[in-house]
Design a binder for this molecule. Structure first.
Ligand code: NI
Ligand code: MN
Length: 227
């Protein structure tokens, strides 16, 4: 399985013939390494309704025919705009042709600002993606929570994708603690430096995780890791 970081919380997962994109925030993202109309994928996994996660999901889905997998409210919203969707909800898993997706809790919001109104798009989620015998945990946007221990116990996590940018999500200290709760083979930082308000030092995260007995690695935008 190959993971490629497309900045912020956006990841491409390549597994077998399948291409999954998580949280495709590309338009309006100053760090995006590609444009939304360059994305080819067959599934889009969305953690929550905030614009920096839902992003270009609907336009990519409509152009490529990719299925949007998200909580019921986000999926319904995308379906109303003509996208093919697969609604799920927290605690539920489903076997897709590429593998299994389970939605986990995240402590955050999920509203989408539209025409001066705040649209309710359900509860935010994290994602457990299992394929080729590997499990990737994408935390979405969240604060630290002790139930991450349960997520780490449910299956050995090969790679945990964790926000470190503070302000809207965990900062570095809490993300280091999250690594301790989840016990992944590898932790990769995300959701930092996209905007000044979430500036963070990934090297500090890597150093602190190592000092706590874990393993984290900084990944560059556009870079891939095989897990
Ligand atoms: Ni958010
Ligand atoms: Mn966010």
């Amino acid at each position: 399985m190959k993971l490629t970081w497309w900045s912020h919380s956006c990841w491409l997962i390549e597994t077998g013939p399948h291409r999954l994109v998580i949280d495709p925030f590309l338009s309006g993202n100053p760090k995006a390494p590609l444009a939304a109309d360059e994305v080819a994928c067959d599934y889009l996994l969305i953690t929550h309704g905030h614009g920096d996660h839902l992003g270009d999901a609907v336009s990519i889905a409509k152009r490529t025919g990719a299925t949007i997998v998200a909580n019921y409210e986000v999926a319904t919203y995308c379906g109303q705009q003509g996208a093919t969707v697969h609604p799920m909800h927290i605690g539920g898993g489903h076997d897709f042709p590429f593998g299994r997706v389970k939605l986990t809790i995240a402590h955050h919001g999920s509203g989408l600002e539209q025409d001066g109104q705040m649209l309710y798009l359900g509860n935010p989620a994290g994602l457990l993606v299992t394929a080729e015998g590997k499990t990737v945990y994408h935390a979405g946007d969240t604060g630290l929570f002790l139930d991450m221990q349960l997520i780490g116990q449910s299956a050995p996590i090969d790679t945990a994708l964790l926000p470190i940018g503070d302000n809207f999500t965990m900062g570095i200290d809490d993300a280091v603690q999250a690594v301790g709760f989840l016990n992944p083979r590898l932790a990769l930082p995300m959701h930092y430096d996209t905007f000044e308000i979430i500036a963070a030092d990934p090297d500090q995260f890597v150093t602190q995780v190592a000092a706590a007995g874990g393993h984290a690695q900084k990944i560059m935008i556009g870079e891939s890791v095989e897990i």
